[in-house]
Design a protein around this ligand. Structure first.
Ligand code: CDP
Length: 227
């Protein structure tokens, strides 16, 4: 009997806070693959722009920033729930990336065609090396349409906001559920209606609704799909 190997390129897409990063990290660990969270790149550009008081509506300037920004993604230096370190100018900005300010503005930045082009080229180069779980909004549709397995992880906005709320509280930060729910709905709206690479499942994606499944059950389903 021939033993089939697991899919080499795995694309994991879905709306805000649907559990993609948790699943992606666990899945990559179980398969011994690289975990790559593309949302971090859009967040990093947004964070830098906010730090420099740039006008987020100035598309050309923001695009220029995305083309030249040096974002370093390194193995985790701390055991505080992070899957990696995000380093910009030698500063650890891993959690700053998750600030409410970034949440509120990232979808404006990620809608720009030039920003997407600059970042998705880098993502594609890394993805094509294989043995990778790449997480985002457009991985199965645009970045890596040749992915061997595509999963679209969904859940209701209320459940997603609840999970994001728990995640922030567990980290020891303050959170407001209503504010998070509003942001999740707003981001999904902008992400799925933008002209370039909108959020949507690829035609050949397996859609998983995680409303009634916990993280381990979702992982078990996807590992089953990998066989
Ligand atoms: O973790 P969460 O689902 O809240 O967000 P994220 O995956 O870190 O993505 C943050 C934002 O980046 C999204 O709301 C999108 O606007 C953008 N994004 C994107 O446009 N394309 C991707 N491949 C990944 C993220």
């Amino acid at each position: 009997m021939t033993k089939t190997s697991p899919p080499s390129i795995i694309a994991l897409d879905g709306p805000a806070a649907s559990g993609k990063s948790t699943l992606g990290k666990k899945l990559a660990d179980s398969l011994g693959y690289l975990f790559f969270d593309t949302g971090v790149m859009y967040r990093a550009i947004t964070w830098i722009a906010l730090q420099h008081d740039m006008n987020l509506r100035a598309e050309a300037e923001i695009t220029g920033l995305a083309q030249k920004a040096q974002i370093d993604i390194r193995p985790p230096s701390k055991n505080d729930g992070r899957g990696y370190d995000i380093v910009i100018d030698e500063k650890d900005v891993t959690w700053a990336m998750r600030d409410g300010d970034v949440d509120a503005n990232v979808s404006i930045v990620s809608a720009y065609a030039g920003v997407r082009q600059a970042l998705s080229e880098k993502q594609r180069r890394i993805g094509l090396r294989g043995q990778v779980v790449m997480v985002g909004r457009d991985i199965g549709t645009v970045v890596l349409p040749e992915a061997d397995l595509k999963v679209y992880l969904d859940a209701s906005a209320e459940e997603r906001a609840r999970r994001r709320y728990e995640e922030i509280i567990t980290r020891g930060d303050k959170a407001d559920y209503d504010e998070i729910l509003k942001n999740v709905i707003e981001r999904d709206h902008i992400d799925s209606t933008r002209a370039v690479a909108p959020l949507r499942p690829a035609d050949d994606a397996v859609i998983l609704d995680s409303d009634k499944l916990d993280a381990d059950q979702v992982l078990a389903r996807v590992l089953e799909l990998c066989k």
